[in-house]
Design a protein around this ligand. Structure first.
Ligand code: OGA
Ligand code: MN
Length: 206
C-alpha cells in the first residue's frame, strides 16, 4: 500500500468515525532502527515517569498512569526519529487539506509501559490547554499477541474497540472527544505518542 493510500485511510476514518487505525505507517525497517536508538536500548535510564495534569499542576499518580516518557526535541532528534517526524508533517498537511483542519505542529514523546502498568480511562485534552486536536500513537512492538494484553481501548459511542500495539501501527483520534485507556501488558510496551496541535509547539514541554 502506498503512503498516500494510508493517509487517505486515516482521513476517511477520522471523518467517518473520529478515529483511524493504519497499519505499517512505519515500515518494519523503520521500526527496527528506532528500537536500536540508545534511548530504547538503555531501558528506562533516559526516561522519566509521566505525570498527569498540565505544566505546574503536573503530578505523578501511578493509580492513573504508569508509563515512562522522553520528549522528542526535533532539533536534535536522530535520523531514525526524523523519519517519523517527517511522516507526521506530511500527515498534518494532508488532513489540513482533506478535513479542513488548521493543524500547525506536533509534539511527540517516546513512551515505555513496563509490564503491569496502565493508563486509566481519560481524554487527552487539558482543561487549560485545548491545542491538542488529534492524538497520534505509533506502536513499536513486533509480534504482539492478544494474550499479552496492552490493548488501547477506545470508548466509542455505543461500544468499545480494542487495538493491539503492533509495530508500525498508527492510531489517530480526536483528542477532545474520544476517551480511551491502556490496559496492562505482560511485556514492555513501547510507542511514539504524539499530538497534532493548532499552535506551534515551541518549547511547550522541554
Ligand atoms: C496517552 C495514551 C495510548 C496508547 O499517552 O495519553 O492514551 O495506546 N496512550 O499508548
Ligand atoms: Mn491518552
Amino acid at each position: 500500500m502506498l503512503f498516500a493510500d494510508k493517509l487517505n485511510q486515516l482521513a476517511d476514518g477520522l471523518a467517518d468515525n473520529g478515529y483511524a487505525v493504519v497499519d505499517h505507517f512505519l515500515l518494519p525497517d523503520e521500526v527496527t532502527t528506532i528500537l536500536q536508538l540508545d534511548e530504547f536500548q538503555n531501558g528506562l535510564l533516559q526516561f522519566k515517569k509521566a505525570g498527569i495534569g498540565h505544566q505546574q499542576e503536573k503530578q505523578i499518580n501511578e493509580g492513573i498512569r504508569g508509563d515512562y516518557i522522553q520528549w522528542v526535541d526535533r532539533t536534535t532528534a536522530k535520523p531514525a526519529l526524523q523519519v517519523y517526524l517527517e511522516k507526521l508533517n506530511v500527515l498534518i498537511g494532508f488532513v489540513n487539506q482533506t478535513l479542513y483542519l488548521s493543524l500547525k505542529d506536533y509534539e511527540v514523546h517516546l513512551t515505555q509501559y513496563p509490564p503491569g502498568t496502565f493508563y486509566k480511562r481519560h481524554l487527552d485534552q487539558f482543561k487549560k490547554d485545548d491545542h491538542r486536536k488529534l492524538s497520534a500513537i505509533c506502536y513499536l512492538n513486533t509480534n504482539w499477541k492478544q494474550e499479552e494484553g496492552g490493548q488501547l481501548r477506545l470508548y466509542l459511542e455505543n461500544e468499545t474497540k480494542d487495538v493491539l500495539p503492533e509495530a508500525g501501527r498508527l492510531v489517530c483520534f480526536r483528542s477532545d472527544l474520544l476517551e480511551h485507556e491502556v490496559l496492562p501488558a505482560s511485556r514492555p510496551r513501547l510507542s511514539l505518542t504524539g499530538w497534532l496541535l493548532d499552535q506551534h509547539a515551541d518549547l511547550r514541554h522541554l
